[in-house]
Design a protein around this ligand. Sequence first.
Ligand SMILES: C[S@@+](CC[C@H](N)C(=O)[O-])C[C@H]1O[C@@H](n2cnc3c(N)ncnc32)[C@H](O)[C@@H]1O
Length: 265
Amino acid sequence: MKDDASRRTDTLTRIAEVLGPMYGSERLAPFLYAHLRMRAPRTVVELGTGVGVSSFWMAKALEDNGHGHLWTIDSFDALRDPVELRALRDLLGACGLTDVVGADAPALLREVAERLGLSSRMSIIPSRLNLDQDGHFARYDFSSKTLDFVFSDFLHGPDHIERILGHFLPRMSDAAAILIDSVASEVASYLAVERFVADLNSGRTPPSLSRGWLPGDHDAVSARTYRLLHLRDQTGGPQRTTTWIDIEPRRPWPSDAALGDHLPR
Ligand SMILES: C[S@@+](CC[C@H](N)C(=O)[O-])C[C@H]1O[C@@H](n2cnc3c(N)ncnc32)[C@H](O)[C@@H]1O
């Protein structure tokens, strides 16, 4: 007989297999799990919950780490239609969750979190994100916190990237990462993020990025190194890219690398 923990793990695996293909996160979600297990973040924000695949896998990593919280935001517009909501309930049934009854998407996903034993690790926040509104993010519980990990999976045009980085960069901790989905799937977005990161690393803060920053924000952002990598799920279509900006204090080598015996003399 399987115990509760292995039944929950089976359900999570089924969620990736059954729901993952809806937004192409069936392989990304386990990657995020492993990534957060290794990074051990305390504060994680996700923009774009979708049907919760990446959210549940990230929250599971926090649960297995024994610390950390995920705030995940979505308008859930696509799931307001009762037909779509019923379809989601049916798919959850195919994952072994045959008796979830939530009357709307947030209620349904909170029920799933409960069944997976992840309720205390995640907050599902129904809200329409508005990147054009000054101070939009002040309304969220995480607004006063320093963030360790941000996964943005909702809009990925060059202007969106500019606003997402403009808001989050000064709020990131010293050992953090920002992942943005689908950036390398469009040339203009790819070029924009490459340029932002090159500018940041050469000590220039693009003015478009730093609108509204305080002097301390400039200091914090310029005291760091930004490493950029475009992950590509080569098994999927062109949309399957995730851009990873890793953030560390500005030093010529990784913070925890030992000096060792191999430096040239
Ligand atoms: C690609 S899906 C997220 C997939 C999810 N991360 C996963 O792995 O299953 C994008 C989500 O962003 C949401 N979204 C798009 N624009 C939004 C906005 N302005 N505010 C809030 N949510 C938005 C959509 O409702 C959709 O659920």
